[in-house]
Design a protein around this ligand. Sequence first.
Ligand SMILES: [Zn+2]
Ligand SMILES: [Zn+2]
Length: 256
Amino acid sequence: MSLIDIHAHFDMLDDAPEVVLEKAKQAGVTRIVTIGTEAGDHQYVLDIARKFYPEVYCTLGVHPHHGSGWKDETGIFIEKHLIEKEVIAVGEIGLDYFYTQSPVAEQHEAFRKQLEIAARNNMPVQIHTRDADQDTVNILNEFKGQVFGVIHCFTGSAWLANQCLDLGYNISFSGVVTFKNASPLREICKIVPLDRLHVETDSPFLAPVPMRGKKNTPAFVVHTAQVVAELKGVSVAELERITNENALRIFPKIVM
Ligand SMILES: [Zn+2]
Ligand SMILES: [Zn+2]
């Protein structure tokens, strides 16, 4: 078994990176992407990815929670490091109106600036969107055909899923798809074409059933893969093969 967790936050996990990797490997999770969320963690994710390459990769980006006070120097840092073999995407970037930790207008500015960076450098993106369906689609439409990537930890509506698929984005499911109350999300998972979907943990958040209540860790992506495989009517081995292919197509710097 050789699963990829395309979205984890090493800097927020309790275990040391070596322990995270060992537990992941024992579960059959052999590639992990650790996500940048603000200028303050970019050096950390770069260091982790450099140290554990080719098992660990990173993204660089500013999360919508940190969108306020976007600094051009952060964009310059991101752009400068996109060339590195460990840096597989711009992200996570997007809009979050559930928490609205940053004012909406400032989230829009940071999102657009980073989509421009991705387009200019022909790099994929990892997008975070929560309770911001219409504005996410509007902004992604401004970059139609210029930016590609993944909507991470998808929890939106069927409408949002279809719009994003039409715009060329893939959709990634986290442990949320395993939650008892998530039957609407499971219905959406059924309509996402097999060649357009991913699995992730978003660890340390959102541990899947049967690990709920525990701190999530990349090893647990196997539980999400099991549920997604069932929903898609394929074996876990088949889902693993397909999601790996999808990940390597979207994030071509990942080496298996
Ligand atoms: Zn996110
Ligand atoms: Zn995240």
